[in-house]
Design a protein. Structure first.
Length: 460
């Protein structure tokens, strides 16, 4: 009788243990968003753009041009070009990292290596000052390439730690965790920046401290996911493949992945739509503070508060859009967010200068759709990946996410270079959201999931 009870309870106990292990990994996974979002908010969105622009202007000639590698460019365009260069280099790094992760099954060590390289480069931004704009550009490129590759590896854990019906919620919680963390760090940084005279440091030193603390935050909290996430055996029993050989075949693997995607044309259709509208999102994220400081003549404190508003609202917005996805489906919810993005960017073109209230209103609108549109896009794509190819496919996704999002910053920088007006640069972003909406609306997501060999959730 006792053995019968144990036998009956065995599968239930195993299922309960599996659920508990999955929940533990999910909680650890959330903490990488908590760790890295400070870099995205503090460095890319708030401080580095205006600060590196001021450093470049200090190094500029009488006509306002700097000459990195002998190439003349306006000092005001240097940050946008550096972001674009970092994203182009990410395209070279991600295929090798994705192939190495899937062929060896060692995603976690790769994630750790990228995370700590990026954290170290970000912390080293403390030494950026004077007219050392080339140092700032180099550190930005190292940090951003590491950030992009690490995010690809991090995202590829999602289909392994969450069941299909859980992914919208898990992905949204990760984004919410990240925005909560960046809001917390921004509050501390705002206090330091606003009170820099009180603590006896200059404004520039306060900015450099804020940049460095983002790197330290990234490094410290990355320990939690690296302890809780676990590697899975490589598909096809290739875990023991030589690392150097795998890296050498990175681009060959990317070509193979793209050929494999040709057997899933609906997955490619989704990636194309995501490439277009996410290019607009990434450009807003990286160039908003430059637009606010240079075109709208807003001071740094106003910019910090506005980004803080974005982070606080985005944490709630990610959860809100996650709930809407449970009712209306992720695809419809993302489409609705793209309509909102189009209206927000169009409104930004007409913002009056030196009017913080209107800039704060725009920040609220961005926050409501920012986290949710990205979180739901990530969970949507996770359904379209054949099992065992998570890192390879998320490498292509991340290339669409950030690795191919060089076009927006490049266009933004070129528009300023040609016209000297950031308003002329920002109006082009409307096209990214409008075209992305049309492309995404044409993707039959349920058919795409079934074609990838995955179970179709009740609501998608």
């Amino acid at each position: 009788m006792r053995s019968t009870q144990v036998g009956a309870g065995g599968p239930e106990a195993a299922a309960a243990a599996e659920r508990a292990g999955r929940r533990r990994e999910q909680r650890g996974w959330y903490f990488y968003d908590w760790a890295v979002s400070a870099y995205s908010a503090i460095v890319l969105t708030v401080f580095l753009g205006p600060y590196l622009t001021s450093v470049a202007k200090a190094a500029a000639d009488a006509e306002g041009f700097v000459h990195p590698l002998g190439i003349p460019m306006r000092a005001g365009s240097f940050f946008a070009y550096a972001v674009s260069a970092s994203l182009l280099l990410s395209v070279l790094a991600m295929p090798a990292a994705g192939a190495l992760a899937d062929r060896t099954g060692r995603k976690k060590p790769l994630l750790g290596g990228c995370a700590y390289t990026g954290a170290a480069a970000t912390t080293a931004m403390f030494f950026l000052g004077g007219d050392r704009y080339l140092l700032g550009g180099a550190l930005l490129i190292i940090a951003n390439v590491s950030f992009v590759v690490a995010m690809m590896l991090y995202n590829s854990f999602l289909p392994q730690i969450a069941e299909p019906d859980e992914r919208d919620a898990v992905s949204s919680r990760g984004w919410a965790f990240g925005y909560a963390a960046s809001a917390l760090v921004l509050i501390v940084d705002l206090a330091l920046y606003a009170g820099h005279d009180t603590v006896g440091v200059s404004e520039g030193t306060a900015v450099r401290i804020c940049l460095a603390t983002a790197g330290l935050w990234w490094g410290v909290f990355a320990l939690i996911p690296l302890r809780r996430l676990r590697d899975r055996p490589a598909a096809g029993g290739t875990r023991g493949a030589a690392g150097g050989a795998v890296i050498g075949h990175g681009w060959r693997q990317l070509r193979a992945t793209l050929r494999d995607m040709r057997r899933h044309p609906l997955t490619l259709s989704f990636l194309l739509a995501y490439l277009v509208y996410n290019d607009g999102i990434q450009t807003v994220i990286t160039q908003a503070s430059v637009f606010g400081s240079e075109e709208l003549r807003l001071d740094q404190t106003t910019l910090i508060v506005s980004i803080l508003v974005v982070q606080v609202v985005a944490a709630a917005g990610a959860l809100l859009l996650g709930r809407l996805a449970r009712t209306y489906g992720a695809q419809r919810t993302v489409l609705g967010s793209l309509v909102a993005w189009t209206l927000i960017v169009a409104a930004g073109y007409f913002l009056p200068a030196r009017a913080p209230v209107w800039f704060f209103a725009l920040a609220v609108g961005i926050g409501l759709v920012l986290g949710g549109s990205q979180a739901l896009s990530r969970s949507l794509f996770s359904h379209l990946i054949p099992r065992g190819k998570e890192a390879e496919y998320f490498s292509a996704y991340e290339m669409s996410d950030r690795g191919v999002s060089w076009l927006g910053p490049l266009v933004f920088g070129m528009a300023y270079q040609l016209t000297g007006s950031y308003r002329d640069a920002i109006v082009s972003l409307v096209a990214f959201f409008a075209i992305g909406f049309v492309l995404l609306a044409r993707v039959p997501v349920r058919r795409a999931i079934a074609a990838a060999g995955n179970p179709v959730p009740d609501r998608i």
